[in-house]
Design a protein around this ligand. Sequence first.
Ligand SMILES: [Ca+2]
Ligand SMILES: [Ca+2]
Ligand SMILES: [Ca+2]
Length: 209
Amino acid sequence: MTKSRPLAAVAAAALICGTTFAQADSFDFLALGNSNERGYAGFTHSAGGISVEATGSSADGKTPYFAYLDSGNAGLGVCKALTASNQCTPSSDDNVTFNELLRLDFNRTVTLSEILFVNGSHGTTFSGTFDLVIDGGPQTSYSLAHLFTMDLTGKTFDFINPNLLGDTDNLQQFYISSVEVSAVPVPAAAWLFVSGILGLVTVARRHPG
Ligand SMILES: [Ca+2]
Ligand SMILES: [Ca+2]
Ligand SMILES: [Ca+2]
């Protein structure tokens, strides 16, 4: 065995690791809504080995509503009442309206690197805010915008509509059209990975070619 092989193994492992954890997958709720508009008690979707369950509720989380995929280039919203064929009634309630909460609960810790919002009339301008709670932490307010690019890391994300003008102002209501999601390596797995690499290097040093 030559001395270069352990180093090659380290380089290959690092490359695989980097590739696995750096990739972002798009969760495209706009396309999903366009192909099948309806409400769900819980809507699940997977991409790139990451899955999410979307649910809707009152802003305090106490009253369950429905996660709703709307068609017409909209995305994911919240609806309080569905017809027998799972359509939102009234249809104007199909976005994240005043005093509603849309939860995205992932199966692992992720970073959301890009979120696309559209407003209550499926347009891209806003005048309102949304509140965000990550993993039950503090509730933080942000200005609504079509393209929201702050990196957000966590497992459970609550998007809340706190706006006081209520149900009449479409510029203060929102759908989530898409999110860019990448996996965050959990510390234990990262430590095992590093330990394994150190082990390889140690073995290589003890047994020079
Ligand atoms: Ca709509
Ligand atoms: Ca609709
Ligand atoms: Ca609603």
